[in-house]
Design a protein around this ligand. Structure first.
Ligand code: ATP
Length: 503
């Protein structure tokens, strides 16, 4: 699986999906550029989200708020005072770690130990092996499970109580049992604010410090009344947004999974106080269905309910995806109560209330939020679609079996040879199809090589124009996944492609 991430990264670069940012200057850590195919794929993911969240729902509308916001926004939201990660440096290696992530890496190492033990037993006992029973009774496994629980408890308590000395002690203890850094020489743990700041105009000093937004949600909260009034929205209703967010992440590894500049697709759903739990469960279920509907495979998803809740939440869960690095957060669903709107009321001195005509009552609505990282969706789709296939004839092919709706190109049109009027005929077909689908023209190299190239970028269909085309107005159309070719009339092409690639 480690190899899978490496392969996806190099494939993404080779074919123009994702490049390291400013690569000619050796790149900038945790920043990436989407290339010619990556930006198409990313746009298609956005569209899939926007269509299903905004356009298919009568009571959800979309906005596009500015990245810069009045600095008091971030006081009110709690980000100035509390949007911190605990940070620790190793004095010998000069490596910087996020304390909680480092502890989780230790836990992962112990988990791997358990899994090795299980694998060994599975090999040894073959048929007679019952994994569940082995895990429940083997003393090594039990001891390590116990260890994990103990570490998790200590981590939770120390972080919750902001006991930074305790966090350091935990890391030192862990490094003795299973070293990661190879050295025991640590600095103190410090809280590090994740917001990027800059100065507005030419004024210096505190008053002019503004932030790059660390989440898109606040742009929605401050516009709650604007949208509600101008759109005559009735509760329950939602406001959706896709946009950039910025976090000065301490640990920024794992390709586009954790970046310092990234994109979020968020929706805040405003509900009556007391009805938030029912909506929380509704959105949890709806969002999981949305992910599964992409067809990457149900096994890729699992839900993780939070026990430790953020100060503003009364329920929260993550939808996790089985990335090449293992199961990690892809989307968060949070019941944020009336915390944000109340804070903004207090800091702005403006009422942010809704008059409910059915209850004949004013109140500050409660909020259920769905928040998914666009770049993490991108990585999920790429890594689950990337396949190195062995074919029956012994050859190999790399195929990106992207959901057809998300593929950068829907169809590649090719003339069999570069003469006899075939390129002209192919161009004619392409020019007709391109109004409805993103198409690519490809006439270089042998047909086999061209097919492989299209497989590698995930194009669902290839249309080949040959000499018979000139006689009977038919072409062959090749399916990326089955590799089967079928002869169809040119007049039927549009409907055939449409069937596969439309939403
Ligand atoms: P994590 O625990 O992985 O840092 P988070 O819990 O801080 O994530 P949220 O604040 O809930 O994340 O943000 C919502 C979504 O935004 C996440 O589910 C994730 O998909 C995405 N996201 C957050 N931080 C990043 C990042 N640095 N790079 C890419 N996507 C991110």
């Amino acid at each position: 699986k480690e190899d899978l991430l490496k392969e996806v990264i190099s494939h993404a670069k080779e074919y123009g999906f994702v490049f390291p940012s400013s690569e000619i200057y050796d790149g900038l850590a945790a920043t990436y550029d989407y290339g010619q195919l990556g930006s198409e794929l990313k746009n298609n993911i956005k569209q899939y989200w926007w269509k299903s969240m905004v356009q298919m729902n009568d009571n959800i509308v979309g906005i596009d708020a500015a990245i810069f916001m009045h600095p008091t926004t971030w006081k009110a939201s709690g980000h100035v005072d509390a949007f911190n990660d605990p940070l620790i440096d190793n004095k010998d290696s000069k490596k910087r770690y996020r304390a909680d992530v480092l502890i989780e890496e230790h836990i992962e190492k112990i988990r791997q130990k358990i899994n090795k033990e299980v694998e060994k037993a599975a090999k040894k006992f073959a048929d007679a092996f019952d994994e569940g029973q082995f895990r429940a009774t083997n003393p090594n496994v039990l001891r390590n499970e116990e260890k994990i629980k103990e570490i998790e408890d200590r981590m939770r308590v120390t972080l919750e109580e902001n006991d930074l000395e305790g966090v350091k002690k935990l890391i030192e203890d862990l490094e003795i049992v299973c070293p990661i850094s190879g050295s025991r020489n640590w600095t103190e743990v410090r809280q590090f604010n994740l917001m990027f700041s800059t100065e507005l105009g030419s004024v210096a000093g505190d008053a002019a410090t503004i932030y790059l937004r660390p989440e898109t949600a606040q742009g929605i909260f401050v516009n709650f009344l604007n949208v509600q009034k101008s759109g005559r929205m009735k509760i329950p209703f939602g406001i959706a947004q896709i946009g950039k967010a910025f976090r000065n992440e301490i640990v920024a590894r794992q390709f586009i999974f954790r970046m310092r500049e990234f994109e979020q697709m968020e929706m805040q759903f405003f509900v009556r106080p007391g009805e938030e739990m029912q909506w929380y469960h509704h959105w949890k279920e709806t969002r999981l269905k949305w992910h599964k509907a992409l067809g990457l495979g149900e096994n890729y998803y699992r839900e993780h309910d939070h026990i430790k809740l953020a100060h503003y939440a009364n329920a929260a869960c993550d939808i996790e995806f089985d990335f090449p690095m293992g199961f990690k957060e892809l989307e968060g669903i949070h019941s944020r109560t009336d915390f944000d709107l109340k804070q903004h009321e207090q800091f702005s001195g403006k009422k942010l209330q809704y008059f409910d005509p059915e209850l004949n009552q004013n109140y500050v609505p409660y909020v259920v939020e769905t928040s998914v990282g666009l770049d993490r969706m991108f990585l999920a789709v790429m890594s689950a679609s990337y396949k190195n296939e062995k074919l029956e004839d012994g050859s190999e092919r790399v195929v990106l079996s992207l959901p057809a709706q998300l593929a950068p190109y829907k169809v590649a049109v090719m003339p069999l040879t570069k003469k006899d009027g075939l390129p002209e005929k192919a161009t004619e077909i392409l020019n007709d199809l391109r109004f409805d689908f993103n198409c690519q023209y490809d006439e270089k190299d042998s047909p086999g090589k061209r097919y492989r190239r299209q497989d590698a970028i995930g194009t669902p269909y290839c249309v080949m124009v040959d000499h018979q085309t000139l006689e009977d107005h038919t072409v062959t159309i090749r399916d990326r996944d089955t590799m089967e070719q079928e002869r169809v009339a040119i007049a039927e092409l549009r409907a055939k492609i449409e069937e596969k690639v439309s939403w």
